[in-house]
Design a protein around this ligand. Sequence first.
Ligand SMILES: [Fe+2]
Length: 358
Amino acid sequence: MKWIKYLFLATASLVLAIGCASQQPPSEPAAQNSPAAPRGENVVNLYSARHYDTDRVLYDNFTKETGIQVNLVEGKEDELIERIKSEAANSPADVFITVDAGRLWRAQEAGILQPIESEILESKVPEYLRDPEGRWFGLSKRARVIIYNQEKVDPAELSTYEDLANPKWKGRIIVRSSSNIYNQSLVGAILAEKGAEQTEEWVKGLVANFARPPEGNDVSQIKSVAEGVADLAIVNSYYVARLANSDDPEDRAVVEKIGLFFPNQGDRGTHVNISGAGVVVTAPHKENAIAFLEYLVTPEAQTIFAKGNNEFPVVEGAKLDNPFLEQYVPFKEDDVNAGVVGKNNAEALQIMDRAGWK
Ligand SMILES: [Fe+2]
């Protein structure tokens, strides 16, 4: 029986290695040097929804330090969750990496992550950016900020997310659709703070101030504000930083027309969300998986991981190697637990639907 199990695992690994089962007949003998090796081998298999070249550098550094080979499977966030679910007990996945607390919470609820105990992770990752049971850990963070057209808005007029429902902003705000998880998490965070009734009132006021029905992604909101289509937008900080750090002068010109504002600095702080990871419940290389996550919270890895997507490190003291973002740190962050925000996503969406946020 043992060889059958081995053959099965090796075949699964081969599928992982080439990323597409249809390219490989099932009868193909398992390659001994298959990049995704079976249990016992010195590897870690990552299922990642992050696709940055800098992440690759990080994985190579980890291999150099530990001798553990990193195999990468990239995919869309929700597809990777589905894939791990359908692979079930035979999943080669050791570590699941994704963005947004909403998705980490979904992965946790889908039962694909296991609680792990690590003094290193618990001491390095702030409590509000990780699952209290250790099923996932925030590894970098992004802020959902207000951007404004510099010719039309004096930043002294801006204060809080709540104030965006003020009638003074009528016809002046744009934001992407409520189907977007970043907006669901933002409303989820406000829900945690204000409760359902006040949150719905707020969303109604915000929707009443929209300059147009929601369309496009965060980058298109930024460009529209720069072009004067609207005065304000709510977007993730890394999209602005990405344009500011772009090699394309047109991208940088967009950022010159706008300002970045971190709301709620006088009370609970700006809503932050995370890129994060957890150890898969069926991880064939659990110890390597934990070693990998522990590596990602070293100062060196934190800087590279955050820089890859123009995010902020989560570990105190890790260098933010990003001159554009440096001008905004430190800022006060809403420290509601990311898991609460993730859990609130579904109710947030219902509220947004009722309030007419398309
Ligand atoms: Fe994004």
